[in-house]
Design a protein around this ligand. Structure first.
Ligand SMILES: Cc1cc2nc3c(=O)[nH]c(=O)nc-3n(C[C@H](O)[C@H](O)[C@H](O)COP(=O)(O)O)c2cc1C
Length: 375
């Protein structure tokens, strides 16, 4: 399993695990895979705390950080400058605020305690992404990943000066070609099955297209990969490894709230939807009363990024916090980014066990295919 990229990064298995949870990142890297911390939800100060913790618990194994620097969003400018938070907030129409209020009332969602406020901007802007990159590069990371567009060239150059490889998520071969031209080192070809922001092309079709378009640049296959058989398929398509996300939401080390873990374990592969309800850009997530409300006839329609999340940040915090509150319907709204692979996630396991069984099944699959050739 020692692909060139695995050799370069010093990992035993080219199994990349995206997670917002530091414990998962450290556990996967310690198990021989490569943990990647999703930083979008952290302030620079919080990210510093998370990375310091990882450095202390990862036993010197390699890991990476993922930021989201979208190329296009409401209020963006060519020079990477952004509106102030207040100016962004002023762009949110009253009828959208009223719609969110009505959903929360209908599902009896309690308010947050008076001294708590949901962080509403997140890292979904260029300037927020840049400050997270500055924090990340002060730590011994070996990969910096970016989603939703080509990372700015100066950010790529800065990462290279720190000896950090730059990866980027794409949903088409054309995007991959542009990213490589800008200096990106590793392409994550993410199919529509994936949890989070995705395009429309499936992993099976996308990966060979991207491999053929940008080879010998290494391509990681993402979307719908949760087993050794799926990993073997990805490698057969020309990938240098696999990039996984949903799988880690329900591992023992994850901080996912128990009510959501229960929903994920029960869900079938048909229980996700690609919707703009989360962030304003199409993202695959659990189908819930929340996504259905935004698709209903009386919906005002979603707002562009980053306004949709700003509009809904308080609602998401309240739903997450009170999902299992008895006597309310709050739990019906609980969801979040998740891919079709959730249909195969039926029990809580440790991260090391997930990595080991993936490797074991991968080896058995390759052996079975080799026997087919010999017979
Ligand atoms: C809960 C969740 C949140 C995600 N957030 C991000 C993110 O912030 N940045 C990013 O590059 N990808 C994000 N993704 C996508 C993952 O990086 C990965 O490409 C995807 O999960 C792979 O498909 P899979 O879910 O089928 O394993 C997210 C995925 C999930 C499930």
């Amino acid at each position: 399993m020692r692909t060139q990229l695995a050799e370069k990064l010093g990992v035993e298995f080219p199994i990349f695990a995206f997670s917002h949870c530091r414990d998962v990142v450290a556990a996967v890297s310690r198990a021989g895979g490569f943990g990647v911390l999703g930083a979008v939800a952290f302030s620079p100060e919080q990210l510093e705390i998370e990375l310091k913790w990882i450095d202390e618990h990862i036993e010197g194994k390699p890991y990476g950080v993922d930021v989201v620097m979208p190329m296009k969003y409401e209020g963006s400018s060519k020079d990477g400058g952004d509106l102030t938070k207040e100016a962004f907030e002023a762009l949110i129409p009253e009828k959208h605020k009223a719609f969110v209020g009505e959903i929360l009332r209908r599902y009896e969602v309690p308010s947050l305690p008076a001294d708590e406020k949901a962080e509403s901007l997140l890292g979904w802007t260029q300037s927020a992404g840049r400050s997270l990159v500055d924090v990340a590069l002060q730590h011994p990371i070996s990969l910096l990943a970016n989603a939703l567009g080509t990372p700015p060239v100066d950010v790529i150059e800065k990462a290279h000066r720190h000896n950090v490889l730059v990866a980027s998520l794409v949903g088409t071969a054309e995007q991959a070609i542009k990213q490589v031209a800008a200096g990106v080192d590793v392409i994550v070809a993410q199919g529509t099955e994936a949890g989070g922001h995705t395009g429309e092309v499936s992993t099976m079709v996308l990966v060979p297209d991207v491999v053929d378009a940008v080879g010998p640049v290494p391509v990681l296959a993402a979307g719908g990969i949760g087993s050794g058989r799926q990993m073997a398929a990805a490698m057969a398509l020309g990938a240098s490894g696999v990039w996984t996300g949903s799988l880690w939401l329900a591992v023992r080390e994850s901080d996912t709230t128990p009510a959501l873990v229960e929903k994920l374990l029960r869900a079938k592969s048909t229980d996700t939807v690609r919707s703009r309800a989360l962030s304003g850009k199409p993202a695959r997530q659990l189908r819930t009363a929340w996504t259905e409300a935004w698709d209903a006839k009386d919906s005002p329609g979603t707002l562009p990024m980053p306004l949709q999340y700003m509009l809904c940040a308080d609602a998401h915090s309240r739903i997450y916090r009170y999902a299992d509150k008895e006597g309310t319907r709050t739990g019906e709204l609980l969801g979040g980014a998740a891919g079709q692979i959730i249909g195969r996630m039926n029990q809580v396991r440790g991260a090391r066990d997930v990595v080991a069984s993936m490797v074991e099944e991968y080896v058995a699959t390759v052996e079975m295919l080799t026997q087919l050739l010999q017979s």
